[in-house]
Design a protein around this ligand. Structure first.
Ligand code: ADP
Length: 246
């Protein structure tokens, strides 16, 4: 089976406390895989291990057959594993368009063409426009980023991440603090950008999780309790006891 991510006995301890406990998981190419679980289940720690923010205590992580366990976060990002961080990535005093342009320039910087020096600028313009349209912020391109609503800032942040067109996207609670309208628009955005890439999501809003996920993995006390389709997870008694019934 072709997978994009695989973990093998992944474990992370914090001074004796095991936050992620022997997790072995395969995430196939394409679709939206959502990690759910009660508070303290180890979801954020698991994400930090995958993106390279934390080294594991034990176990290995593979990305498309390559062992990436020892790679730093920036090296994983270069392989196409992109993670959206909080809004701190945004330059508030710059416009929305300028923020996206900076991300697009960073992507195309390494690809300058000696024979066609003008082509780089075309590519930067093209990427900037594509991203602004993708995240629904084209009309807001001249607004200062700090004046955007919370939801629009979170969408801009996703835009900065997809400027590099990453095959693997890690989104950590992308709907946190959003109004119902913003939630709706962001779910729509995630669905629009998901074809052709693999999205790994941590999300609390269970209705959204059920509607958006291809597959759901439930973590409990650092271990996998269940993996399945939304319908399978909804019908899983152990999951209901541990989480959904709370
Ligand atoms: P979740 O995201 O599912 O709420 P976390 O991964 O944030 O869970 O945390 C899992 C457990 O690990 C929690 O009990 C938390 O207190 C503990 N933990 C997380 N990070 C640290 C840390 N840096 N030092 C000590 N304990 C931590």
């Amino acid at each position: 089976m072709s997978y994009v991510f695989k973990t093998d006995g992944l474990t992370r301890r914090f001074s004796g406390f095991t936050a992620v406990n022997n997790v072995s998981i395969e995430i196939p190419e394409g679709g939206v895989r959502t990690i759910i679980g009660p508070n303290g289940a180890g979801k954020t720690t698991f994400f930090n291990l995958l993106s390279g923010l934390l080294p594991p205590s034990e176990g290995r992580i593979f990305f498309r057959d390559r062992d990436i366990t020892a790679l730093h976060a920036y090296q994983r990002a270069r392989l196409g594993i992109a993670r959206s961080f909080q809004i701190t990535n945004i330059f508030g005093h710059l416009t929305v368009g300028e923020n996206v342009r900076l991300a697009a320039q960073a992507v195309h910087d390494g690809k300058a063409n000696f024979f066609f020096p003008g082509s780089r600028m075309d590519q930067v313009n093209e990427t900037t426009e594509r991203v602004l349209h993708d995240v629904g912020l084209w009309d807001a391109r001249d607004a200062r980023a700090e004046n955007l609503s919370h939801g629009d800032q979170r969408r801009l942040e996703i835009g900065l991440v997809i400027a590099s067109d990453p095959p693997m996207l890690l989104l950590d609670e992308p709907l946190a603090g959003m109004s119902p309208t913003e939630t709706h628009e962001t779910v729509d955005l995630i669905q629009r950008i998901s074809p052709g890439r693999t999205i790994l999501l941590v999300e609390h809003d269970i209705d959204v999780v059920m509607s958006i996920s291809t597959t759901i993995t439930v973590l409990q006390t650092g271990q996998i309790l269940a993996t399945g389709t939304p319908a399978e997870i909804r019908g899983n008694e152990a999951v209901q006891r541990a989480y959904l019934g709370e």
